[in-house]
Design a protein around this ligand. Structure first.
Ligand code: GAL
Length: 417
């Protein structure tokens, strides 16, 4: 290749990179893990909202429910000095990144739009660090839900269980009828998400708080925690042989298609039913995990804005403004299965499960029954959450009996702090 050609190619490559950079000026690059059908449908609401404002969306999806993989990719991006514009993030992870000085200051936007007055304190706990808004809350999910196939319940004469014993009896009836009772994804974050509800149902709110919020060793190592593991063992006996490694939304599809009776999962599962055109009360039932009807164990998706060099960029400001707008909060959460991150959004557009979710959240917040989900990064920092995952999945896969799991949980949480 002669020197003239090489020079032309070099100039062309430079022009492309400049063009790309200019294009990026009108775009937001967003790292997230919303890759299932329901999640993608909800995300489109945000993408279309931004594009209507002339802001392009540079998608950075990292598959993997619960976000473990996404956080690994994020660390690599930040280490290489190429942090995305905004990142989907949960609870304590936001605080960790803020404490590293990586997040932009959204205080001017928050003050201008009155976020302090409408975003619940439970979310501000994670969105504001040292008095500085660092992320835009998108929603409030909760994990203590059961999603059931109504036809299977009706065909087997099963009423919505309100106690552990009624749940066990329902599973025995289903097994006797040759129906897989529990649709389960065999991944640590999913097993732990179900265990959150079992611990709350077994020990109650004070016990849940002592064990998973205060990390009290006596609670973590108690007979009550052993009983919770015993109950997790009962759930383990009610899954199909192919549960190991299954993605959460494929477990939801089992319930949608009648291949299993119910799933214990956060209300992002509702987004899959909605995306499949299913109707609550007709095709499926949503009810609180038995023994947790007075509590809400929540996790809020937030978009943390990464510092792009001091000032909040116009694109970050537009993204944060779009996320907290009441119209978006309704349109997005109706599709996502979650409830709004603002307290002043009407439930009019929400289906029966969404309306119950909004009412439950308000009631729980008012009665001291609103708790961060440990499995979903709102109980304790990531190191403790991951230690919790390790012990729960070891138990679920038969490596520990209940007594051993309790001892291992105390040790793992102690080491992780
Ligand atoms: C949660 C997240 C939800 C949904 C779910 C499954 O952590 O808050 O929005 O993405 O994971 O991936």
């Amino acid at each position: 290749m002669n020197i003239q050609t090489k020079l032309k190619l070099t100039v062309a490559a430079f022009a492309l990179s400049v063009g790309a950079a200019q294009a990026n000026d009108d775009q937001v690059e967003v790292l997230h893990w919303w890759t299932s059908g329901g999640e993608a449908a909800a995300l489109n609401v945000l993408k279309e909202d931004l594009e209507s404002q002339g802001i392009g969306w540079q998608d950075m999806p990292v598959a993997g429910g619960g976000g473990t993989e996404a956080m690994t990719v994020l660390r690599a991006r930040v280490t290489s000095g190429t942090a995305p514009t905004a990142v989907q993030m949960l609870g304590f992870d936001i605080i960790d990144w803020a404490n590293q000085g990586s997040l932009a200051n959204l205080n001017d936007i928050a003050a201008d739009q009155g976020w302090d007055e409408v975003v619940p304190e439970a979310l501000q706990r994670f969105a504001k660090v040292d008095g500085q808004w660092v992320s835009a809350p998108v929603n409030v999910h909760s994990v203590n839900w059961v999603w059931a196939n109504k036809a299977i319940f009706d065909e087997n004469g099963i009423e919505i269980p309100t106690t552990w014993d009624e749940l066990v009896a329902a599973m025995e009836t289903l097994k006797a009828a040759g129906v897989t009772p529990l649709a389960q994804g065999g991944q640590p974050w999913q097993e732990a998400t179900m265990f959150d509800s079992i611990v709350m149902a077994t020990g109650g709110p004070e016990f849940y708080k002592a064990a998973f919020i205060d990390l009290d060793e006596e609670a973590l190592g108690s007979d009550t925690m052993k009983e919770a593991f015993d109950r997790l063992g009962v759930m383990r006996e009610n899954v199909d042989p192919n549960f190991s490694g299954r993605e959460w939304n494929l477990a939801t599809s089992m319930v949608i298609n009648g291949d299993a009776a119910f799933q214990v999962m956060g209300d992002w599962a509702k987004g899959e039913f909605v995306n499949a055109g299913k109707v609550p009360g007709e095709d499926f039932l949503c009810f609180r995990f038995p023994g947790t009807t007075e509590q809400v164990m929540f996790n809020a998706d937030q978009f943390a804005m990464f510092d792009q060099g001091g000032e909040v960029s116009p694109q970050q400001a537009a993204l944060a403004t779009a996320i907290l707008s009441p119209n978006f909060q309704s349109a997005f959460n109706v599709v996502k299965g979650s409830v709004p991150a603002r307290t002043d959004v009407s439930d009019e557009a929400f289906d029966a499960c969404g309306k119950q979710g909004m009412a439950d959240l308000a009631a729980a917040a008012g009665s001291g029954n609103l708790f961060g989900s440990m499995a979903q990064g709102h109980g304790a920092p990531a190191a403790v959450k991951n230690a919790y995952y390790d012990v729960v999945t070891a138990f679920f896969n038969g490596e520990y009996d209940s007594e051993t799991a309790v001892v291992e949980l105390v040790d793992a949480v102690s080491i992780a702090q």
